[in-house]
Design a protein around this ligand. Structure first.
Ligand code: SME
Length: 156
């Protein structure tokens, strides 16, 4: 289980100590990866300056060739194009999937956003089919909200 309450509190403490979004994003990725063995790959992509490409910020898991993903491509790019989180129980059934680890069976993408403004996303891969639950999505969303708070603050 992702203990979102503890992770959000740790991130708030970090903010109060003066840590910037970079540190919070790394802390969030490491904490979520540790939460469940079924989370084989956990990373964050941030929307690039032009708003048309996702850039890999940091991750835990096997190396990936997808350091940049155009909006609209793959499950990650679809999340931005549709402004909607994605829960794909079987990646082989998806017509728009960018392969990273051939053993991955399911994927979840949760956006980091403040209202209509999308900053980036969590991307999680699992070697188990249908690994991701509504509770996972809710937990990731609350962590994403805390990150968005800091990202919006830094943008001002
Ligand atoms: N599978 C993703 C690409 C990123 S890797 O999983 C790290 C996608 O279809 O967008």
């Amino acid at each position: 289980m992702i203990d979102a309450g503890s992770i959000v509190k740790e991130m708030q403490d970090m903010r109060e100590e003066g840590h910037l979004s970079d540190a919070l994003l790394r802390h969030a990725v490491r904490s979520v990866h540790k939460a469940e063995p079924k989370f084989d790959w956990v990373g964050v992509y941030m929307l690039g300056e032009g708003g048309d490409e996702l850039w890999l910020h940091n991750y835990v898991g096997v190396g990936t060739e997808h350091a940049k993903i155009p909006v609209g491509q793959g499950i990650c790019g679809t999340a931005v194009a549709e402004a909607a989180n994605q829960n794909v129980p079987d990646v082989t059934a998806s017509g728009n999937y960018l392969l990273c680890d051939p053993l991955v069976k399911s994927e979840m993408v949760v956006l980091i956003r403040a209202g209509d403004e999308i900053f980036g996303q969590f991307d999680l891969d699992s070697r188990e089919a249908a690994a991701f639950t509504d509770d996972d999505e809710a937990a990731l969303s609350s962590i994403a909200d805390k990150l968005a708070e800091q990202l919006a603050h830094e943008r001002r």
